[in-house]
Design a protein around this ligand. Structure first.
Ligand code: CP
Length: 316
């Protein structure tokens, strides 16, 4: 593996999942693998889980992590080619990426979409420029359109908790006061289909995701109908893809509550966090014994460790 930006970088998902669950039993087994290597973990946007789990994953492999919150600590970056840089941006991504490529062996990068220009965001320009100019392996820590380490951790969590070979997995839109990216739902659906689960998405009309991410996904506009017989409910808000970046509704009837969970097959509740309690999901559901939010977050360490391990094995 050279870079990790999506499920398409995974040669064999089934064996990667097996290997990650083995790694989880003895996370320090490969402590010598990354000795002398350094990983730059770069954030253009805020994070709790990704920042801490990626740092821990690197340390488990003997890699020295260096974290930089570029959004608050770095120079303001320019991403357009050929711009006359007489505005606020002090440094071009071309130069920043090449400098970081000189210091590190691997780079992890988090960047969010602007949610204003869909074509720009869906080119995943920031991540792709980092890959182009850094000259070293790059791991996406969430980009404008995907969150692959989260989705990989989600697959690990489902594999650990499923009771049937091919569970019914439902991605459910839920309301939120702010406009959020489509990265988590896009990526989640892509990985769920690759894992060969029975995949559904439910959302109000107008919240259809890009067709690139919904191949093999059944769309059900009636949330209660979608929940029937589900083994896993994945709650998430996203802003509109077609009316790009817009909030079309904050309808509280889409909040995931205990009544709706009763329609499922004793379904487990999942969310990537952070979550707005009693907006996305009721306290009763998120604090129930069927809630997987903490195991999911814990698995972020092992999804990151597995990816860093693969990159170390293939590149050094
Ligand atoms: N789920 C997730 O990526 O969390 P953070 O934004 O806190 O890293």
């Amino acid at each position: 593996m050279r870079n990790f930006t999506s499920v398409h970088d995974v040669e064999n998902l089934e064996s990667l999942v097996k290997e990650a669950l083995e790694l989880k039993k003895d996370p320090l087994k490969y402590k010598g693998l990354g000795e002398g290597k350094t990983m730059g973990i770069i954030f253009l946007n805020p994070s709790l889980r990704t920042r801490l789990s990626t740092q821990k994953a690197a340390q488990n492999l003997g890699v020295s992590p260096i974290v930089m919150n570029f959004g608050s600590e770095g120079w303001k970056l320019e991403f357009e080619d050929g711009t006359v840089m007489d505005g606020n941006a002090a440094e071009h991504i071309k130069d920043a990426a090449r400098v970081m490529g000189a210091y590190f062996d691997i780079i992890g990068l988090r960047s969010f979409p602007g949610l204003e220009n869909r074509d720009d965001d869906y080119q995943d320009n920031i991540l792709n420029q980092m890959i182009k100019y850094a000259g070293i392996p790059v791991v996406s820590l969430e980009s404008a359109i995907r969150h692959p380490l989260q989705s990989f951790a989600d697959v690990l969590t489902i594999e650990e908790h499923k009771t049937v070979k091919k569970p019914k997995v439902v991605l459910s839109w839920a309301p939120h006061p702010r406009a959020l990216p489509q990265a988590v739902p896009n990526s989640f659906l892509e990985w769920m289909v690759a894992a060969d689960y029975d995949v559904y998405a439910t959302h109000p009309e107008g919240y259809e995701l890009s067709e690139e991410f919904t191949k093999g996904v059944k769309i059900e506009y009636d949330q209660k109908k979608a929940f029937e017989g589900a083994d896993f409910i994945y709650g998430k808000n996203w802003s509109s893809y077609h009316n790009y970046g817009k909030i079309l509704t904050k309808d509280p009837s889409w909040t995931i509550d205990a009544e709706k969970m009763k329609l499922t097959n004793n379904g487990k509740f999942m969310h990537c966090l952070p979550v707005r309690r009693n907006v996305i999901v009721s306290d009763e559901v998120i604090d129930s014994e069927n809630s997987l939010i903490i195991p999911q977050a814990a698995n972020r360490e092992y999804s990151a460790q597995m990816v860093i391990k693969k990159i170390l094995e293939s590149n050094f």
